[in-house]
Design a protein around this ligand. Structure first.
Ligand SMILES: Cc1cc2nc3c(=O)[nH]c(=O)nc-3n(C[C@H](O)[C@H](O)[C@H](O)COP(=O)(O)OP(=O)(O)OC[C@H]3O[C@@H](n4cnc5c(N)ncnc54)[C@H](O)[C@@H]3O)c2cc1C
Length: 379
């Protein structure tokens, strides 16, 4: 039977970053990914430039989309809009995650795709884990550390904390992909944000371009499809955009991601990172930065725990404290608590200057601050 120091379940961002840094620390590390790679994942895949510092690598140009995003156009509930320069990273998750997997492999981690893990048992010196390679027999392996990086629908999390999942509808995200379009007045280098609770009561609705496809989407707790249709009509009308929908992609999670008290980092040598830990931040609409950060911090914690012969969870909790505090604080600012566009307009007006300044200075500071002092943006 194979025996690993660390077994990571999930080869997304959190899993790949953790795997790479654990292998770098000379731990015998296996990452198992249930999908065959490169795999797609519902995600806008837009991030701040500081994300490169968190993952510890500059993203090569060929791993980014052909069109860069360097401007934001915010459209407010009162119909007014504001355009500003704003450099972002724009990529697709199949290409990007596959690149991260390769980096982990180059660093010495073993990577197996098409292998699902959904069951484990604690044993004296770690865990006995069941692996299900597609179309093959179940295998058993042993590991000292078990790391759940299996995303928002984490089955490891469900196994040990079923209470963190809900039967109620926490909101649905929907994306329409367009081809054969006439771009009209839309600009390929701009991220369009539509702040209007008729379209989205989770954050803003969006439009952006990924390579040769335009994407228009939104998230709402109620009737998301008809809201997305209305948004598309609005964009067609206002921006003279015309295009053929080639794909509709929905995403719903039964995970209680609205409740920040459900952030959970693990117990003993079982750890949770990324979305599986509940680190997605709905008020920022982002999760990839916290996912990468948690993977990196966990590797650091395990390294330190091993050196000091202490449980790594203590260090992992300590390193994650600031990020979790921010996610909890942000959750109080979610616009789902607002009831009308008038309230949203007031809220945006009240916070705009503070948020803009904070984001501007945060962007500058993140270029020089050590990762442990990073400011997650936007404010
Ligand atoms: C619609 C949408 C748009 C988003 N847009 C953005 C954005 O623009 N910017 C941003 O920063 N964040 C965005 N996010 C959030 C972001 O996608 C997540 O926070 C991020 O992907 C979390 O990374 P992760 O590694 O924790 O999980 P994931 O990326 O979900 O990776 C988990 C991996 O685990 C695998 N897996 C699952 N179960 C098992 C199993 N049992 N065994 C083995 N493997 C398993 C999955 O196949 C997957 O590859 C968006 C999310 C959604 C839903």
């Amino acid at each position: 039977m194979n025996h690993y120091d660390a077994l990571i379940v999930g080869g997304g961002i959190a899993g790949s970053v953790a795997g790479r840094y654990l292998a770098k620390a000379n731990l015998n590390t296996l990452i198992v990914e249930s999908a065959f790679t490169p795999r797609e994942k519902p995600c806008s895949a837009i991030q701040f430039k500081y994300f490169e510092r968190i993952i510890g690598k500059k993203i090569p140009k060929e791993k980014l989309c052909k069109n860069s995003l360097n401007r934001v156009c915010m459209e407010f509930p009162n119909g007014k809009s504001l355009k500003m320069p704003f450099p972002m990273l724009n990529f697709t998750r199949d290409v990007f995650d596959n690149w991260l997997n390769q980096i982990a492999i180059e660093e010495g981690a073993k990577f197996r795709d098409g292998v699902r893990c959904d069951d484990f048992k604690r044993i004296n010196d770690g865990f006995l884990v069941s692996l299900h390679p597609k179309h093959e027999d179940i295998e058993k392996v042993k590991t000292k550390y078990l790391i759940a990086a299996d995303g928002l629908c984490s089955c490891l999390r469900k196994k040990i904390r079923p209470q963190d999942y809900t039967e109620s509808n926490p909101g649905v995200t929907l994306n329409y992909y367009f081809k054969n379009y006439n771009e009209g007045d839309l600009n390929s280098n701009t991220l369009y944000q539509f702040w209007n609770i008729n379209y989205s009561n989770l954050m803003f609705a969006w439009a952006y371009k990924k390579n040769d496809q335009w994407v228009i989407g939104t998230g709402h707790t109620d009737n998301v499809a008809s809201r997305c249709d209305k948004l598309v009509d609005y964009i067609r009308d206002k921006y003279n955009f015309n295009g053929e929908i080639i794909k509709k992609e929905g995403f719903v999670s039964k995970f209680c991601l609205y409740d920040p008290d459900h952030v959970y980092l693990g117990n003993e040598n079982l750890f949770f990172i990324g979305d599986a830990a509940g680190l997605i931040d709905l008020s920022r609409g982002l999760g990839m930065d916290a996912a990468a950060l948690s993977g990196r911090y966990l590797a650091k914690a395990i390294k330190k725990g091993t050196k000091k012969n202490q449980n790594a969870l203590k260090y992992y909790k300590k390193y994650m404290k600031k990020t979790i505090k921010k996610i909890k604080k942000n959750s109080e600012k979610q616009i789902k608590y607002l009831e009308s566009n008038e309230e949203l307009q007031y809220y945006l007006k009240k916070n705009f200057l503070k948020s803009g300044l904070y984001t501007y200075f945060g962007t500058v500071l993140n270029k020089i601050l050590p990762i442990s002092k990073f400011i997650l943006l936007p404010y």
